[in-house]
Design a binder for this molecule. Structure first.
Ligand code: SAM
Length: 171
């Protein structure tokens, strides 16, 4: 059944806007932010080119806090920029401002002792502990969660990453 209004979706760390634009094209009411001014501008340009409306702005995930409700929070490849000591507070804020029956869809990079660090060093990034993300959702309905290891060729050197993904619902 289609919702009776466009669902409000927040893309946290939207990069150049590929996912935000996909969601907007599919009828979601999309808000997005990223630390990178260039990423924000590219997202705006892509949205204009495709002919969709996105409310996109520059913000740091570590400073940004929700003050209005969203139906869906989405983030991929970004939440490792949140240092471990801020994660509880930020995820509690996200949970508080998620509408009843709303969902979070997140994927985070995780450390596995048998995977070598990636060649491109990111000073501010802090990978999650494997399984850590799931612990914040013990009181929500976890619809889906996985751990995946995949090959990556960024920087031209073959290496691997591990991710945890979760799709979880406020009931
Ligand atoms: C791997 S990209 C993922 C982009 C997008 N989610 C995607 O899947 O295409 C990581 C993004 O995180 C953004 N980023 C890094 N630190 C951030 C921070 N502190 N707050 C918000 N965004 C940040 C970068 O600018 C970059 O666009």
């Amino acid at each position: 059944m289609s919702p009776d209004r466009p669902l409000k979706l927040l893309d946290i760390g939207c990069g150049e806007g590929r996912n935000s634009v996909f969601f907007a094209r599919n009828g979601y009411d999309v808000t997005a932010f990223d630390l990178s001014k260039a990423g924000v501008e590219k997202t705006r340009r892509l949205a204009d080119k495709i002919g969709v409306k996105i409310n996109v702005f520059k913000a740091d995930v570590n400073d940004f806090r929700l003050e209005e409700e969203f139906d869906i929070l989405f983030s991929t490849g970004v939440l490792h920029y949140i240092p471990s000591e801020l994660r509880k507070e930020i995820l509690e804020n996200y949970k508080k401002y998620t509408s009843p029956n709303g969902i979070h869809m997140f994927s985070v990079f995780v450390n596995k002792p048998f995977i070598e660090p990636a060649p491109e060093k990111e000073v501010y990034a802090q990978k999650w502990i494997s399984g850590e993300l799931f612990t914040y959702y013990h009181d929500w309905k976890v619809e889906f969660c996985t751990e995946e290891i995949f090959d990556c060729m960024s920087s031209g050197i073959p290496h691997k990453h591990a991710t945890n993904r979760i799709l979880t619902r406020r009931v």
